[in-house]
Design a protein around this ligand. Structure first.
Ligand code: SF4
Length: 414
């Protein structure tokens, strides 16, 4: 199957999945297929799923079921991504709507080239981006063993890409901003002899090719002075620190590095280097054994550190993880209460940080008609900037911040 047949691709989950989807689309297009938004005319429906937490799995399954209702009866539904990798053919047993399950390394194509062992999403070519920015995945898998996380069990150990293949991809994307992603980005290159801290030469090389380089998912212990210096010298001093919590006993139960004091020192050091640095972090709420005191410590930390952006996620009990065997599970209602408390607090902090920008001159990358971002906002994750309609999509424009609304800004030419 190839010429004339059509595919419809649905992507769920995180930015890392989006990169995979673009590559899947690229490979289907090179097979001679056409992309379509019209489900009824699609011969092949590919669902790139997420299985990170319970909620993501439910969303993946609901999506498959609703696609099944709308598709034509001759079409084929192929499920790929994390859910496919994690549950394999078991998925087909419980979801007869699915025609094929394609884990990592298995082609989704209709051409029956399936099971080509060297099918490697990391190194597949990718079409030029239709947006002025693009995610770029530099490694797959993770060598850590955080207590709550099942990713290493189904994504495997870290495999870093060769720097030359990454640079070729940067050039082919033709974008103004590259957003580097990996499960443990700052550990890029530790495997396969690419070298310890080879993220630094990688950033330096990419900086010569695009205006903005943004890094997502940094494990805090990986940020040594050299990496901080390089990141502070970027036009995008944006630090997405994956902290997860701050209470020392809870961090040990999570099998992660750090605590409030270490994180405070790290953030202060970065701010000393770059007063304009912007911070994002994620925290897990309701990890087994979490006490009121742990929650209070996190609240104090959030109040004190005034990070620009934070995401709070409820603990999800993942089968086979270290945390799933721990005692002291927290009631759902208590988790929701704690989440609300943290989110309300952070919303106020984010709003006041955004208010403080009113009157500032900012450089905005215009993503689409009337909407852009500064270095302070990661695409699809943080707030946006409304810009005048006259601003050209895909270009940088200098504007003045005129107002703010929650996480978003409004900017004008004068
Ligand atoms: S660093 Fe921890 S949370 Fe992140 S993917 Fe690896 S094991 Fe999971």
């Amino acid at each position: 199957m190839g010429n004339g047949s059509k595919f419809h691709l649905v992507t769920l989950g995180c930015p890392k999945n989006e990169v995979d989807s673009e590559k899947l689309a690229g490979s289907l297009l090179s097979d001679g297929m056409e992309a379509t938004d019209d489900l009824a005319s699609a011969d092949l429906i590919v669902v790139n799923t997420c299985a990170f937490i319970e909620e993501a799995r439910e969303e993946s399954i609901e999506t498959i079921l609703s696609l099944d209702e709308l598709r034509n009866e001759d079409s084929e539904i192929v499920v790929t991504g994390c859910l496919a990798e994690r549950y394999g053919s078991e998925l087909q047993d419980v979801l007869p709507e699915v025609n094929r399950v394609a884990g990592f390394g298995v082609s989704v194509s209709l051409t029956k080239k399936a099971n080509v062992p060297e099918f490697d999403l990391l190194n597949l070519p990718r079409p030029a981006s239709i947006r002025p920015w693009a995610y770029l995945k530099v490694a797959e898998g993770c060598d850590r063993a955080c207590g709550f996380c099942s990713i290493p069990s189904f994504r495997g150990p870290q495999r870093s890409r060769d720097i030359n293949s990454i640079l070729e991809e940067v050039e082919s994307l033709q974008v103004k901003e590259v957003v580097l992603v990996a499960q443990d980005l700052a550990a890029y290159g530790r495997d396969q002899g690419v070298g310890e801290k080879s993220i630094i030469p990688l950033i330096e090389e990419i900086t010569q090719r695009v205006d903005w380089v943004r890094l997502l998912y940094l494990y805090p212990s990986e940020l040594n002075q050299q990496l901080i210096d390089v990141m502070c010298s970027l036009t995008v001093p944006y630090f997405d620190l994956s902290l997860q919590h701050v209470s020392s006993p809870l961090m040990r139960r999570m099998k992660r590095w750090g605590d409030a004091e270490r994180f405070r020192d790290l953030i202060s050091e970065i701010r000393r280097n770059s007063p304009n640095a912007v911070f994002r972090s994620n925290f897990i709420v309701g990890y087994p054994g979490e006490t009121e005191e742990d929650q209070d410590q996190l609240i104090d930390f959030i109040k004190e550190m005034q990070l620009d952006w934070c995401g709070f996620f409820s603990f999800s009990d993942e089968q086979g993880t270290y945390a799933s065997g721990l005692e002291g599970k927290i009631d759902r209602s208590l988790i929701i209460e704690r989440l609300k408390e943290l989110s309300c607090l952070q919303d106020e902090i984010t709003s006041s940080k955004r208010d403080a920008l009113i009157g500032e001159r900012i450089s905005v990358l215009v993503d689409s008609h009337g909407v852009g971002r500064t270095y302070r906002e990661a695409p699809e994750i943080d707030g946006v900037v409304s810009v005048p309609d006259s601003c050209q999509v895909g270009e940088f424009t200098d504007l003045i911040v005129k107002g703010s609304l929650g996480p978003d800004l409004e900017a004008d030419l004068t």
